[in-house]
Write a protein that binds this ligand. Structure first.
Ligand code: RAM
Length: 362
């Protein structure tokens, strides 16, 4: 399958030279929802015609609904959104639950509809649970942009993906393989069992692990820390106790990787079991410095929030409808092109090691 990967014109992830992971430009796409069913989707927005020259509307009410509020990743993400909404001369709003459980976001969406927001930017805790209310919002004229964790594509206008799903899954396996020396037991410490983003990355990981090149790597368990620090800590401990031959814990969540690193750094497993995955450099710095963690990856979460605001404003202003091939400008990030199924890809992730981590501050 070939998809169009949107290429920003000028998008350094940081102002310094960094080692970017090599990503393939195939596959990826949006995540699959198990049963989208009849989601009450309004008539396809693509029926409307995009006018790339339409002026960007000012004063737009742009509301952010991340997976959960008490997560340092969320703070960085919506921080970028706030900056962009300011540039757009709009009204920024942030609401959200304190836990990332499947149905925790529905009541917030209903309130945002009543408040007549212009754009809802949402990181779905479950691709389908949010759908009926998101489609109510769309029927009321609100543009829905999913970011970070996609909603079913039947109930949003565009999806800001942090990097290609394929690329993230591949890089997770690549880092695990390097750390395991090409063979041995690995485990995944994920976020919640319903998270669209983690589940789609794990799906790619499984496909990668089934390839002959990875035949000696064995995925023994997928554990869920629910993006709760304490539960993630306990799950990491449980993995190490249950699997004495475990070589690597791969945690594709900033909450999980930080909790697992904290556990291992103070345990007898330090230096014996590797931790990798997706982490915030500021949370991971101490574990890289003390030798617990050799490498991990991420993108700049602030850029996702920033790009989502510009995509929402472009949708609400009629510059784009979410159809493949449409282009819009995203402030300092430059021009983006909408890919297949309304997906807009931020750019490649960055791999962090002791050699470059001090160049990043988020
Ligand atoms: C956690 C969340 C988020 C994910 C990052 C990598 O903070 O699960 O959705 O994108 O990790």
């Amino acid at each position: 399958m070939t998809i169009r990967i949107s290429r920003p014109l000028a998008v350094p992830l940081a102002t310094v030279a960094v080692v970017s992971l090599t990503l393939t430009a195939c596959g990826g796409g949006t995540t699959k929802s198990s049963s989208s069913g009849d989601t009450g989707a309004p008539a396809a927005s693509t029926a409307a015609k995009a006018d790339p020259n339409a002026p960007l509307k000012e004063g737009l009410k742009i509301a952010y609904l991340p997976k959960q509020l008490n997560n340092p990743y969320t703070d960085v993400e919506v921080g970028g959104g706030k900056v962009a909404v300011g540039e757009l001369k709009g009204e920024y709003k942030l609401v959200g639950p304190n836990d990332a459980s499947a149905s925790s976001q529905v009541s917030y969406i209903n309130t945002l509809i009543q408040q007549q927001q212009d754009v809802i930017v949402v990181a779905a805790n479950d691709p389908n649970a949010v759908c009926p209310s998101l489609n109510q919002a769309r029927k009321a004229g609100i543009k829905v942009v999913s970011f970070d964790s996609d909603a079913s594509k039947d109930c949003r206008d565009a999806f800001i993906n942090q990097a290609t799903t394929q690329g993230i899954g591949e890089s997770l396996v690549k880092m695990a393989s390097e750390l395991a020396g090409g063979s041995g037991e690995i485990a995944v410490l994920s976020a919640t069992p319903n998270a669209t983003n983690q589940n789609s990355w794990i799906q790619v990981m499984k496909t990668e692990l089934a390839k002959p090149a990875n035949a000696k790597l064995k995925l023994v368990k997928i554990a869920y820390g629910n993006d709760d620090d304490q539960k993630s800590f306990t799950e990491a401990q449980g993995l190490l106790q249950s699997y004495p031959n475990l070589k690597v814990i791969v945690s594709p969540t900033t909450v999980g990787i930080a909790a697992a690193s904290r556990y291992v750094s103070a345990s007898s497993y330090k230096g014996k079991v590797a931790i990798t995955g997706l982490g915030l450099p500021n949370q991971m710095r101490q574990y890289v410095k003390d030798g617990t963690v050799k490498k991990f990856a991420l993108w700049n979460p602030a850029d996702i929030g920033y790009l989502a605001a510009y995509a929402g404003a472009a949708l609400k202003s009629g510059q784009i409808t979410g159809a493949e091939g449409e282009k819009f400008k995203a402030g300092k990030l430059g021009e983006y092109t909408v890919g297949a199924a309304g997906e807009i890809v931020l750019g490649p992730p960055t791999e962090f090691t002791a050699a470059n981590i001090d160049k990043f501050n988020f």
